[in-house]
Design a protein around this ligand. Structure first.
Ligand SMILES: Cc1ncc(COP(=O)(O)O)c(C=O)c1O
Length: 426
């Protein structure tokens, strides 16, 4: 390359770099915790537990509280403020339905979180004794305990699909279990909160449907990181949490195919679920109202719609490239360090936004405390609500760094430097 070529190349590279850099800075300014000079700077790598909230979400919630803080349920306050609440809730439902490719907004049920969405299906489905529910060996407690409990209450059977040695999904083990027959539901985490591995959901759904089983997708760890279209995939039920995808805390969604939702028996009944009652009977409202019992978290639901709109405005290519870049920098920087053992496949491309690891000879909680005290790096340590996986392997816990699109290269590099220092203590 001649010097002038070189200069032109550098100018181009700088322009490209500053474009991304400026964009990221602008995005970070949308998040009060990252933007405010009065906040002590933190490097937030606990996005799998709780994402940060952009101002658009906070503003949407404040708008409810400041301008129309009224009741919005069916048959509740008919006045102007009530009408505004209903309109905003409807809008939120439509936004969510469009974003996940649902056929109709009425297929969206607002819940408090993924846990409630999964329990709703477990408790409300008309099970036959002997029905089989399959989950993987890496499920969050919220996609395990509801099935263990349904086994107790409704006499269903529950079987576990073992993962391959690198913690990825084992299609042939799955196929063997399907051959047992009577599989009514396959309930799987789309992206694991343990190690970030994504299951081959299109193939799982294809094979489950061929065997006559429905599929419930736990998308708690997927919604912040990649697009999803329930109709294109043929998803039967989908559960996710708002608070892990930029939304308010205590908000969640259950999507279900209309005909399936209509056949569920709501387990939570009361105000807003019925059109009429006598002293001896009641008339249920249609789907989704029959599942949204009692006064709802209107501000939360409205904030959740705003979160989905904000997420979509950023664009998936940028989000996915940020996830991959951070994961690669951290993985390549720490995988070879003394005592470090990565959980899940070595290739960061297979692990989305999560880097989980143990350090031989060091307590995982102690590592998390050191990261915070040395560099204000916030991670999660423990068993991440996957006690079954850790317990069965005799592993006491792990350190988990989970990234989001607002993390920076500088933060990822500082994470690696902090880990270099920590592992020299061994
Ligand atoms: C994969 C997965 N499923 C379910 C849940 C439960 O989510 P929530 O606590 O919001 O109900 C989590 C939470 O971390 C998760 O990571």
């Amino acid at each position: 390359m001649t010097p002038s070529h070189n200069e032109a190349f550098n100018a181009h590279a700088i322009h490209e770099f500053s474009f991304w850099f400026m964009d990221l800075q602008k995005l970070r300014n949308d998040f009060p915790l990252l933007a405010s000079p009065s906040n002590k700077p933190v490097m937030y790598f606990d996005n799998a537990c709780m994402s940060l909230k952009p101002r658009a979400v906070i503003n949407a919630m404040n708008q409810y509280y400041e301008q129309f803080p009224a009741c919005g349920g069916p048959g509740r306050s008919g006045h102007a403020l009530g009408a505004r609440v209903r309109e905003a809730v409807d809008q939120s439902r439509q936004t969510i339905a469009r974003a996940i490719g649902a056929q109709h907004p009425n297929e969206i049920i607002f819940t408090r979180n993924t846990t409630e969405s999964i329990n709703l299906v477990a408790r409300s489905f008309r099970w036959n004794a002997g029905d089989v529910v399959l989950t993987t060996d890496k499920e969050h407690n919220s996609n395990l305990i509801p099935w263990l409990n349904t086994r107790r209450l409704s006499n269903i059977r529950h079987a576990v699909i073992p993962s391959l040695p690198d913690n990825t999904f084992d299609l042939s083990a799955f196929e063997q279990l399907l051959k047992l027959g009577s599989v009514r539901l396959v309930s799987v985490g789309l992206v694991s909160n343990l190690d970030g591995v994504r299951v081959p959901i299109a193939e799982i759904i294809k094979r489950a449907h061929a065997a006559g089983a429905m599929v419930m997708v736990d998308a708690a760890q997927a919604m912040l990181h990649s697009p999803l279209n329930v109709q294109a995939l043929g998803v039967d039920f989908l559960a996710f949490s708002g608070h892990k995808m930029l939304g308010p805390t205590g908000t969640g969604v259950l999507y279900g195919k209309r005909e399936l939702l209509e056949n569920l028996e709501p387990f939570l009944l009361g105000g807003d679920t019925v059109s009429a009652t006598t002293y001896t009977d009641f008339q249920l409202l249609d789907v989704p109202e029959r599942f949204e019992a009692g006064l709802q978290d209107y501000a939360g639901i409205i904030g959740l719609g705003a979160a989905m709109e904000y997420l979509q405005s950023i664009g998936w290519p940028f989000i996915e490239s940020q996830d991959q870049q951070m994961n690669r920098i951290i993985t390549e920087g720490i995988a070879h360090l003394k005592g470090v053992h990565m959980i899940g496949p070595a290739d960061p491309a297979l692990r989305g936004g999560i880097v989980a690891f143990t350090i031989k000879g060091m307590d995982h909680h102690q590592v998390a405390v050191m990261l915070e005290q040395m560099n204000a790096i916030l991670v999660r340590s423990g068993q991440h609500c996957v006690h079954s996986w850790f317990g069965s392997r005799g592993i006491p816990g792990s350190v988990r760094a989970s990234v989001a699109f607002y993390n920076t290269v500088d933060e990822a590099e500082q994470f690696v430097q902090a880990m270099e220092k920590i592992t020299t203590l061994l």
